[in-house]
Design a binder for this molecule. Structure first.
Ligand code: GLC
Ligand code: CA
Length: 555
């Protein structure tokens, strides 16, 4: 049943609110996506992962769903959605939808019913009595992933409900068998409409430890160890796979916070019967301590983290990504101060990522080198940023300048500024004032400009994806780092039988010398891809120019 098509696929992620506005109300939508399908196809990707488009009051931009089987009014209708899906399929592009089933919106009819103690829906959520004499203290000390307590008191029933995200995102109770069946049925509803897979939002949070014990004190989150890959996690995933995923030629990717290379096999081995792939965030932790405090990027550490995932057995497919809607832009995160070499740096990051083993994801705007935005406090739209500022202002105002500095590096908003299509009105994103601030650099960084230059970052992505397609050595070859400890160069070798590919990338905005190890011998090296036009030749001592990136076939 399963063709495992994702092994040679590249996925493009769309954050619909910020991609393209089709009806001129300042908010991206499905008709906007339809108008850009030829563009998406032209990049050379095989699938789209679409962040949530379901009905939602948008407390967390669609990650708070109030109806799983319908489309948000701002984004269009189910008919628009069907037209989009047909348009994708007609172009040979598959569609991966977001599956947000750790929680719903508090406006979902299940939760509305659940406020009533006698309803069967009461047990679809996690309701508990409070602590203290009058029950006015939360049931445990867990904190929400969006800051503050993870519990909300409900006057009507005198009990608390759990919300690991905002209080408008109550956690579902996966212990309830009826709820689990509803979720499987809902997945099948979308599969039957033709979707090709799901990206499973915070899926490792669905099973909470029995008794919901207090968490150990930790910054910035308390209690996470009590629900990350909890006791029944694998059981729930196998059941969902059996009832839904395995019945279609689908691909699933879990947003798997807390997964490690050591326990990943149990989740994603082809024989596991759970998920096909997972996103791990280990490499996103190299320049942020505890996911929030910026620290200096260390290339040697970064390579080591990635290498551990590359060494998983061949029956496990890794995923490759540098950006998504929750992360700041990869420029200058991983390439330092790029100065006038922004595009070269973007190409370097692309090469290093695209030729590793795994399914690569490109986030909208990454292909043109969009950057972080110089927000002022009033410009942030994300609930996370807003809550962080609120909390710090309340508990320790002197920390505000530091918080502003951190958010300029860490906020999720950086990935959510509208897509920069042209240097025209509102960057070609909308006829109306966009729902969130545009990055003023759209005058220089935009799709139209990239289309007009053969040496642009966008055209480089196209070349790289075309070269990648169908190459066995890239899909399944062994991976080994070359000079792993080097802090300036990311180099690796891919080997599959007689085929060998050497990838060499300078992460610095200055020339760097690089000696190939003595053991690495070849009679001929053919340059397959480079981000410079006057071509380098491969000798045992390489002198790499600023952000120079090259792929060689070795013979
Ligand atoms: C995931 C999503 C993020 C969302 C959260 C809660 O981490 O990627 O955007 O806020 O889940 O659904
Ligand atoms: Ca719109």
């Amino acid at each position: 049943m399963k063709s495992r098509w994702y092994k040679d696929a590249v996925v493009y992620q769309i954050y619909p609110r910020s991609f393209c506005d089709g009806n001129g109300d300042g908010i991206g939508d499905i008709r906007g996506i339809i108008s850009k399908l030829d563009y998406i196809k032209s990049i050379g990707v095989d699938a789209v992962w679409l962040s949530p488009v379901y009905k939602s009051p948008n407390d967390d931009n669609g990650y708070d769903i109030s109806d799983y089987k319908d489309i948000m009014d701002e984004f269009g209708t189910l008919d628009d959605w069907k037209e989009m899906l047909d348009g994708m399929h007609a172009r040979g592009i598959k569609l991966i939808m977001d599956l947000v089933v750790n929680h719903t919106s508090d406006e979902h009819v299940w939760f509305v019913q659940s406020r009533n103690k006698d309803s069967k829906y009461r047990d679809y959520y996690i309701w508990r009595k409070g602590r203290g004499k009058d029950g006015k203290k939360p049931p445990n000390n867990w904190t929400s992933n969006f800051v503050g307590p993870a519990w909300e008191y409900d006057e009507q029933s005198g009990e608390w409900y759990l919300h690991l995200f905002s209080k408008k995102q109550p956690d579902l109770n996966w212990e309830n068998p009826e709820l689990r069946q509803e979720i499987a049925d809902m997945c099948n509803f979308w599969f039957d409409l033709g979707v090709d897979g799901f990206r499973c939002d915070v899926i490792t949070y669905i099973s909470k430890r029995d008794g919901l014990p207090d968490g150990k004190r930790a910054f910035p989150l308390i209690g996470q160890e009590q629900y990350v890959m909890g006791p029944r996690y694998h059981e729930y995933m196998r059941e969902l796979n059996e009832r839904s995923f395995s019945r279609y030629d689908s691909m699933t990717v879990g947003e798997s916070i807390g997964i490690t290379p050591d326990n990943a096999v149990e989740s994603i081995d082809e024989s596991a019967g759970e998920l096909d792939t997972v996103f791990s965030f280990d490499h996103m932790g190299v320049d942020f301590k505890m996911n929030v405090i910026p620290v200096k990027f260390n290339l040697a550490k970064y390579k080591k983290v990635l290498d551990r995932w590359q060494q998983l057995p061949k029956s496990c497919q890794p995923t490759l990504f540098l950006e998504n809607h929750d992360q700041p832009r990869c420029l200058p995160r991983f390439s330092g101060d790029y100065g006038n070499n922004r595009e070269k740096a973007g190409m370097a990051l692309a090469v290093a990522m695209l030729f590793m083993r795994g399914t690569p994801y490109i986030y909208q705007g990454q292909e043109i080198g969009m950057t972080n935005c110089a927000f002022e406090e009033k410009d942030y739209k994300d609930i996370m940023a807003i809550r962080v500022f609120e909390l710090i202002r309340k508990i320790f105002p002197p920390l505000m300048p530091y918080a502003r500095k951190v958010m300029l590096k860490r906020a999720r908003d950086h990935a959510r500024t509208p897509m920069q299509w042209s240097d025209g009105k509102n960057a070609g994103f909308s006829q109306a004032q966009p729902w969130m601030m545009l990055n003023p650099n759209y005058k220089q960084i935009n799709v139209e400009d990239n289309e007009s230059r053969s040496d642009s970052l966008l055209n480089f992505y196209r070349k790289a994806l075309a070269y990648r397609k169908g190459k066995e050595v890239i899909i399944s070859g062994d991976f080994s780092l070359v000079r792993p400890k080097d802090k300036r160069i990311f180099a690796y070798l891919r080997t599959c039988g007689e085929q060998r590919l050497l990838v060499v990338v300078n992460y610095k905005n200055k020339p760097v010398k690089f000696n190939l190890p003595q053991g690495l011998t070849f009679t001929r090296a053919q340059l397959a891809l480079s981000n410079y036009t006057d071509l380098p030749t491969l000798s045992s001592q390489l002198r790499l120019r600023e952000y120079e990136a090259a792929v060689y076939e070795l013979y």
